[in-house]
Ligand binder design. Structure first.
Ligand SMILES: Nc1ncnc2c1ncn2[C@@H]1O[C@H](COP(=O)(O)OP(=O)(O)O)[C@@H](O)[C@H]1O
Ligand SMILES: [Mg+2]
Length: 254
C-alpha cells in the first residue's frame, strides 16, 4: 500500500467471486465476503465445498474466473508482480498438505518463511525457538520433517506460517491431525497473534474449534456461502486472553 492511501479497514473483500477449474468444476459460485482487519473468521463446510480454493485465491495462487478480490486494499486482478510479492510477505499460509521440504529440518523449514523477508539470523533463531516451545516441538528443532508424525508436520507448517508475524494468517484445516490438547495450543497461539493485530481466516470442518467462540463462522456448500454468521459483528474489544502473558515475550525477538 502506498503511504498516500488511507489505511483500508477491510483486510479481505470478495465481490461475486467464482472459480471454475477446467474443464467444468465449479469450485466457487458468486461468493461475496468481507473480513475486517483484526477479525477471526472460520470458513467451514464439507470436503469439496470450496474452502481451500477460497484461501488460495486470497494469495493469488489461483485466479478467480469471475469477480473482484481485494486483500489489504490491493485488487488482486490488477496488482503488479512486485506488489504481489510484497503483499505475500505479509500473509502466512498454513497449507492443508503442509508443503514442507522433507529433507530439511524443522528449523530450516520455518526459516524459509523469514528468509524471503530478510529477517536477521539471530532474530530468526529466536522466533523459531519460541514458536517451537509454544507448539511443543522443541526437541524436533533439528529433525528432518520427513521423520515427523502428521500432527508434528502440521504444527511445523503452522509455525512457518506465523514466523513472519504476518498481518493475515490463512490456516487450512490447521488442526486436522491434532488431538484436543494440541488443538488448544494452536488455537491459543492463533488468538495471541490476533490480539497483536493479525487477521485470521481458518478453514476447518472441525466444528469443535469454533463452538463457543464469538467469531464469525461462514459456511460454504458446493461453492456457495449458505451461512455467514453475523455479517456486522460488534466492534468488540478482544477479551483478555491468558496467552497474552506470553505475547510480549514471543513478539520481542530477544
Ligand atoms: N486444482 C484443482 N483442479 C481441479 N479441481 C479442483 C482443484 N482444487 C480443487 N478442486 C475441486 O474444487 C472443489 C472445491 O475443492 P476445495 O476448494 O479443495 O474444497 P474444500 O477445501 O472445501 O475441501 C472440489 O470439487 C475439488 O475437487
Ligand atoms: Mg480443503
Amino acid at each position: 500500500m502506498s503511504e498516500h492511501q488511507e489505511e483500508p479497514k477491510l483486510m479481505i473483500d470478495l465481490v461475486k467471486v467464482s472459480k471454475t477449474y477446467l474443464p467444468d468444476i465449479q469450485a466457487l459460485s458468486d461468493v461475496s465476503l468481507s473480513v475486517r482487519k483484526g477479525e477471526i473468521v472460520f470458513l467451514t463446510g464439507k470436503s469439496g465445498a470450496g474452502k481451500s480454493t477460497l484461501l488460495r485465491l486470497l494469495t493469488r495462487m489461483e485466479k478467480p474466473t469471475k469477480g473482484v478480490i481485494e486483500v489489504s486494499g490491493h485488487d488482486l486482478n490488477l496488482i503488479s508482480t512486485v506488489k504481489l510479492q510484497i503483499l505475500r510477505r505479509s500473509i502466512g499460509f498454513a497449507f492443508q498438505d503442509f508443503k514442507l521440504l522433507p529433507e530439511r529440518t524443522v528449523a530450516e523449514n520455518i526459516a524459509i518463511a523469514m528468509e524471503v523477508s530478510y529477517t536477521r539470523p539471530s532474530v530468526m533463531q529466536t522466533r523459531i525457538r519460541k514458536l517451537l516451545q509454544r507448539l511443543g516441538l522443541v526437541e524436533k528443532h533439528n529433525t528432518p520433517t520427513s521423520g515427523l508424525s502428521r500432527g508434528e508436520q502440521q504444527r511445523v507448517a503452522i509455525a512457518r506460517a506465523l514466523a513472519n508475524n504476518p498481518e493475515l494468517i490463512l490456516a487450512d484445516e490447521p488442526t486436522g491431525n491434532l488431538d484436543s490438547e494440541t488443538t488448544e495450543m494452536v488455537m491459543a497461539l492463533f488468538r495471541q497473534y490476533n490480539q497483536q493485530g493479525a487477521t485470521l481466516v481458518i478453514a476447518t470442518h472441525d466444528t469443535s474449534i469454533y463452538q463457543g467462540t464469538s467469531h464469525r463462522v461462514i459456511e460454504l456448500r458446493e461453492g456457495r456461502i449458505v451461512a455467514r454468521g453475523d455479517e456486522e459483528p460488534e466492534a468488540e474489544a478482544p477479551a483478555p486472553d491468558p496467552a497474552l502473558a506470553f505475547a510480549d515475550d514471543l513478539f520481542s525477538d530477544e
